[in-house]
Structures are given as structure tokens and as C-alpha cells.
Design a protein around this ligand. Structure first.
Ligand code: AMP
Length: 213
């Protein structure tokens, strides 16, 4: 089994979650998705979930201290040893620095950025339904009545409204896009074209990881 620490970067709707699931399955990595963890906290109405809710609904980032504590707590369980694919974290420079400090040796191994044009992101997110159980995404043009992966109920996320989508894209540009430069300077950044078919994007992502091994 491969012990590699991967960060998936890219704007909302780029397909990070989809690719993270495949990577984790194929390579035996722990998959940690900060958005999924936050939605679980919301569903359980924990203190963190309640604090995070208004930020998430409006498409803003949840404050760094809350997200950092949550994700580093998850990694602490077994991700640092087994290898991990982080999806949706880090999203700010402060988060990236906290992650580097928490990781043994020289921080993460690979940052893979999935690029998609803005009109395509708006199309994907605006028509997106996701599974309440496993978070698998579907597009309204071609949607089953229940999740074909786990049978869960499909719903539209509260932050997949036009207004929140636009805010998330602006936040991505201002807060998260600078991470590309951060990881480029560390020699860890790899960029793949996320506008292609899902399987082709998977092939490109796996190629990056294989070349690293
Ligand atoms: P996602 O499912 O990754 O699209 O995340 C949904 C929402 O959760 C984001 O729009 C943020 O409000 C919040 N969120 C997820 N990950 C982070 C993070 N690393 N930092 C701050 N907020 C986050």
C-alpha cells in the first residue's frame, strides 16, 4: 500500500470529490473531505455544525481555526501513516501552513489542481444534485431517482444556488487560488485538465501519483 499525502485543489465543481473517491479506493488512502465533514456536523447539530452553517449557506469559508482543528483531528487518527487524500482542505494559506506543520517530514507530497472553466463550473453546480448519504454528485440532465452508488436520497445542496455559487467562485479566486503558487514553490504542484470526461481526468490524476511513486 502506498503512503502518499495528496491535496486535491480546484474550484467548487471541479470534480475533487469524485476523483478523491477513486484515488482513495484504488490506492488505499484515507479520504478526508472537509465539506462532507462539516455537513455531517450540521446534520448532527453539533456546536461546530451550528457555527459553520451560515457561512456554508452563503458560500463563505468557515473560519480557519474551526476547520483546521476539525481536519487535523481527522488526519491524526490514521491518515498520517496510511496516506491520505485531502479534498476541499486546505482552502487558505493559513490552513496550508497548519497542514505542513502537522504533517510529518516535509509536509504533503503532492498537490493536484483540477482546472475547469468558469462557465462549465456554473453549469455543473447549478444543475447538481448530491446523495445525502455518500455525497455522490449527479447532474439534473441525467439523474436517477435515488443514488446509484448507495441508494441514498438525492437533494440540492443549500449552497448550490446561483448566488452562493458565484460567491464560492469569487472566494476560491481570492482565498484558495494563491495555494497554487504556494505548492508550486515547494515543487509539489501538478495541474490536470478537469474539463475532460471523468475517466480521462481520473487517468491523468493517477498518472501524476504513479509518476511520484
Ligand atoms: P465543499 O463541499 O468542499 O464544496 O464545501 C462546502 C462549504 O463548506 C464551503 O463553501 C465552505 O463554506 C465550507 N468549507 C469546506 N471546506 C472548507 C475549508 N477548508 N475552509 C473553510 N471552509 C470550508
Amino acid at each position: 500500500m502506498l503512503s502518499v499525502r495528496i491535496v486535491l485543489l480546484g474550484p467548487p465543481g471541479a470534480g475533487k470529490g469524485t476523483q478523491a473517491v477513486v484515488l482513495a479506493d484504488q490506492m488505499g488512502l484515507v479520504h478526508i473531505a472537509s465539506g462532507d465533514l462539516l455537513r455531517k456536523h450540521q446534520a448532527r447539530e453539533t456546536e461546530l455544525g451550528l457555527k459553520a452553517r451560515s457561512y456554508m449557506q452563503s458560500g463563505l469559508l468557515v473560519p480557519d481555526d474551526l476547520v483546521i482543528a476539525m481536519v487535523l483531528g481527522e488526519i491524526g487518527r490514521d491518515g498520517n501513516n496510511m496516506g491520505v487524500v485531502l479534498d476541499g482542505f486546505p482552502r487558505t494559506l493559513e490552513q496550508a501552513k497548519a497542514l505542513d506543520e502537522a504533517m510529518a517530514e516535509n509536509g504533503i507530497d503532492l498537490a493536484i489542481s483540477i482546472g475547469v472553466s468558469e462557465p462549465e463550473l456554473v453549469r455543473r453546480l447549478g444543475g447538481r444534485l448530491v446523495c445525502r448519504e455518500c455525497q455522490a454528485p449527479y447532474h439534473q440532465d441525467n439523474v436517477p431517482s435515488i443514488c446509484s452508488r448507495c441508494g441514498g436520497e438525492l437533494y440540492q445542496r443549500e449552497d448550490d444556488t446561483i448566488e452562493a455559487i458565484h460567491r464560492r467562485l469569487v472566494v476560491y479566486q481570492s482565498e484558495t487560488a494563491p495555494l497554487l503558487d504556494y505548492y508550486h514553490q515547494q515543487g509539489k504542484l501538478h495541474q490536470v485538465d478537469g474539463g475532460r470526461e471523468v475517466d480521462e481526468v481520473t487517468r491523468l490524476v493517477i498518472e501524476v501519483v504513479d509518476n511520484y511513486r
